[in-house]
Design a protein around this ligand. Structure first.
Ligand code: SF4
Length: 603
């Protein structure tokens, strides 16, 4: 493989000897045929507000990078958030934040496009803007500053980020990015004209186009745009290959987009509807090209629930000889809790014997019915049985605490499930390592639980410590997610535009990489909210009433409010809703907007 070491003067490189993990900043990754910025009409810097090794692992970012590289007259580069040690060095030496491959400062691009993947990366956006020489707030940006765009799931709850972003792209990047770039080109990258033009188009939300004094929720619904046919849409045949280890160090092909399982807590499952499947033939074709073009030693077949893909066996059967010949491992990152999935994992010797991970989410059948997690007690038992029979001796299970209607026995059920795993392992003659990971429930926008409160932090701490104690007594490892982080996640996820003040204040006080436990400091956020006169408990820990408006009401993700309310009712009655991929349509809102599922269409 040819490595292209850019021959350029990049002041950031001068600081490499003084920071941890300098590989984050060297820009020596292999980028296939991506051309430089030279002579391009519009230049785009894709910005990921987290560390290099996280951003490089994100498939969506790779898709956008390839897509922009193939868009006519567009030059593309990328940038990840510098770790606080590099931030300090850049500031101390008055060096601007530069894009990784060209070494060009962020402020010299026409467009800087952020991926909003996780609420707790928001302060990193401010760090990148500030170091890149771009004013933090849209209202302070002059005609020569880049257009700051944002996409990804966070764009569908835009208000807390709105003052910092010029335009939100709502929906699939394969449609929106080329359109955004085309508007930039045709408007000569003239900031005001571009934003005016975008504000008239579907799928773009320009907060500054909301007349002053009027709340965004009174404006027209801004509709998410979706790719209708994954086989016909853009798919990368090569990717940026890292020069050093990253979190998910593999090539990846998306099997399908969207999910119809209908888990009531899951934002991705609701937001990414409708379901669109890539044909097995296309998956195989893309997978082969990716492996040949990148030289990666692992290929992931990814989607929200990969084992639900009807063509999975066919894809694996066709790919196996090809991958074996090249010694490439095949992995399925999301395993369903059933014997079929374990059998499949077992067939993929490449998935290793290290251990398997599943997400029962709740400890009892009753609570799993409430959240619509379609797993029965029998499924769990059969899965454990199969896991240990097939030779694994480690298992990791994900749960949530503080779910709506949770009772004492549901928490006990978490430990009971861990004990059951150990018991079944013992029957197969194994001393299994069982680890449980428990996160506090975060109510999310555009889900049936968007009106539910989060448990107060004290309660989550009590539940977490009591679970940990119980687990220890039963020889099980248990970790629980920091309730302060879950609280902040909810405060941003459920907040309105006023939260942006606290975000800016917290950033000024030093909040950085809030999703990383070693950097997170809730004290900073508590004082920031207080100084802004905001009490996040008032919207995080209290229920919202359906008759009142929500800060994201102006964003239409396609799933209807009526469906969400109906699902909420069913949750409270502990009643499950079947997966519409296998049964009848539940009229989620996509039924008359081109849902491609037979039976769902035109109902
Ligand atoms: S419209 Fe019907 S079939 Fe389509 S995703 Fe919604 S509930 Fe399922």
């Amino acid at each position: 493989m040819d490595m292209d070491f850019p021959e350029r003067f990049d002041p950031m490189r001068l600081l490499l000897s003084r920071v941890k993990k300098p590989f984050r900043y060297i820009g020596c990754d292999w980028k296939g045929s991506t051309e430089g910025l030279e002579g391009k009409k519009t230049t785009l810097c894709l910005a990921f507000p987290d560390a290099y090794e996280v951003g490089m692992s994100y498939l969506g970012f790779q898709i956008l990078h390839s897509l922009a590289g193939e868009t006519p007259e567009t030059g593309v580069d990328r940038c990840y958030c510098p770790w606080p040690d590099m931030e300090a060095e850049l500031k101390h030496n008055s060096v601007p934040l530069c894009a990784l491959d060209s070494g060009k400062p962020l402020k010299e691009f026409h467009v800087v496009g952020f991926t909003l993947q996780y609420e707790l990366t928001v302060t990193n956006i401010l760090t990148m803007l500030d170091l890149g020489g771009i004013p933090l707030r849209s209202e302070k940006r002059g005609p020569d500053t880049p257009i700051v765009a944002a996409g990804g799931p966070g764009a569908l709850t835009p208000e807390p980020f709105a003052p910092f972003i010029d335009v939100f792209c709502l929906g699939d990047g394969e449609i929106l990015l080329p359109e955004l770039l085309e508007v930039c080109r045709s408007c000569g990258n003239e900031r005001k004209t571009v934003l005016q033009e975008l504000s008239r188009r579907e799928g773009f939300y320009v907060p500054s186009s909301t007349p002053a004094g009027k709340e965004a929720r009174f404006r027209r619904p801004f509709r998410k745009q979706v790719v209708k046919n994954l086989d016909e849409s853009f798919v990368p045949e090569t990717m940026v290959v890292p020069a050093s280890g990253i979190i998910h160090d593999r090539a990846a092909v998306e099997l399908f987009r969207g999910c119809t399982r209908g888990c009531r807590f899951c934002q991705a499952g609701m937001m990414y509807r409708p379901l669109r499947e890539r044909s097995p033939e296309k998956v195989v074709e893309v997978a082969r090209k990716l492996v040949e073009n990148t030289g990666w030693e692992e290929l992931g077949l990814v989607s929200l629930a990969s084992c639900d893909y009807p063509g999975l066996e066919k894809v694996i059967a066709e790919l196996e000889p090809f991958l074996e010949e090249r010694r490439v491992k095949l992995s399925l990152p999301s395993l369903r809790m059933d014997a079929f999935s374990v059998g499949l994992a077992s067939r993929l010797r490449s998935m290793g014997r290290g251990g398997l991970t599943f997400a029962p989410e709740a400890g009892t059948q009753r609570l799993r019915n409430v959240i619509n997690k379609g797993i029965s007690d029998e499924d769990i038992e059969r899965t454990f049985d199969e896991v240990f029979r097939q030779g694994w001796d480690r298992i990791k299970l994900y749960f949530m605490m503080g779910l709506p209607t949770e009772r004492e026995e549901d928490l006990k059920g978490i430990i009971e499930t861990g004990r059951l795993a150990r018991h079944i392992a013992k029957k197969s003659g194994k001393r299994a390592k069982v680890s449980l990971s428990v996160a506090g429930f975060v109510p999310k926008a555009h889900t049936p639980f968007q009106w539910e409160p989060q448990d107060v932090r004290r309660k989550l701490y009590e539940k977490g410590t009591s679970l940990k104690r119980e687990a220890k007594g039963n020889g099980i490892r248990l970790n629980y997610h920091d309730p302060d982080q879950s609280f902040l996640e909810a405060a941003i996820a459920l907040g309105g535009r006023e939260v942006s003040q606290a975000i800016e204040k917290a950033w000024k006080k030093g909040a950085r990489f809030d999703g990383w436990t070693e950097c997170f400091d809730i004290g900073i956020w508590e004082s920031a909210f207080e100084e802004c006169g905001l009490n996040p408990e008032s919207w995080v820990n209290r229920p919202r009433f359906p008759e009142k408006g929500l800060p994201w009401d102006h964003i239409d993700v396609g799933v209807s409010r009526e469906f969400l309310l109906r699902e909420r009712e069913l949750a409270l009655r502990e009643t499950v809703t079947d997966d519409c991929r296998r049964g009848e349509c539940h009229a989620c809102g996509w039924q008359d907007k081109g849902c491609p599922i037979p039976g769902g269409r035109n109902r």
